[in-house]
Design a protein. Sequence first.
Length: 361
Amino acid sequence: MTSHSTPLATIDPKHPKHPKHPERVPTAAWRKLGLTMLIPFFLVTVMGLAYLGAFHQPAPHNVAVAVVGNTASMQAFAQGLEEKSGEALDVRTVPDEAAARALIMKREITAAYAPSATAATLMLSSAASETTANITQKVFMPVAFEQHLPFQVLDVNPVGSHDTTGQGLFFMLVALSIGGYASSVPLAGFMGRIRLQTRFGLAALAAAVVATLAVVIAGPIYGVLQSHLGGTWLLSWVYVLAIVMLGMGLHPVLRHWTTATLTLLFVALNFTSSGGIFAPEMQPGIFGALNSFWNGAAWHHAAQTLAYFPGQGMGADILKLVLWLIPGSALMVLTHVFSMRKTQLANENSRIREIEEVVAA
């Protein structure tokens, strides 16, 4: 059989696709490559530190629990339990199981231990946190064993039948967050062509589309959301809008570092502190501190209230979500002003680089 392939000797070494010395790359190109590679190196560092730091060794820290019974013996038992646990538990007593159930439903305590002459019952709510429920069972099971009592668990507020892990809302938060910061990248590249008012309108529209898609998927398609779809949509819209505006406001300043910064803020720090996998009292202190004001934690707690704790107030969560709109809107205005004055601080016409599109995807 005759081969028709072109011999290597016939290839013109001067052809641009076949450089004679491909290793002779300008120094500036190597420098640009090095700077670009800093982004994936940065991402693997922050993601590794955040996720492993938050999730590798969950342990209770001042978890609020109760012992049912106000007798002197029960109060002594509760005090001894707290002293024995060190900083793991914050133990109180309640008069009866009805009071314990009410505190669990208000999310003021995580669990209540109710020993009797024949059995020990641990009351908890898997809807508040499935992982916390599992950890508290491991904490109190040896206690019942020491008392020679059969151990049983009473879930006073279980998760939905279509969300058996109790983490459906967390993964909805993931979808909202990625949709938000990925939307901000192409919108940022379009800002130089439109007026400031139109930019805010596009940000609101993009947030509405992302929120609608996430609610439809979590609600009608998978059944994670069984009620309050409108309220959850509104929470989601405000949450995503803050992310989109922050991305649009940061891009004229940070350029190709925008997506990496958004990943740090709304993935590495956001998901780990949201309470969706482990409650803040089960994590190292920094994540519990972030949980008190981060917007992902506010969204998750508010959405959890609508889904499993109807009637509870969520004004603090809504306030946090609204306050997160301020830095994004302020950045959009300020970078517009800086760009109009042709300062070196911001440039609305800076192009979206390929690395951002890859990272955003």
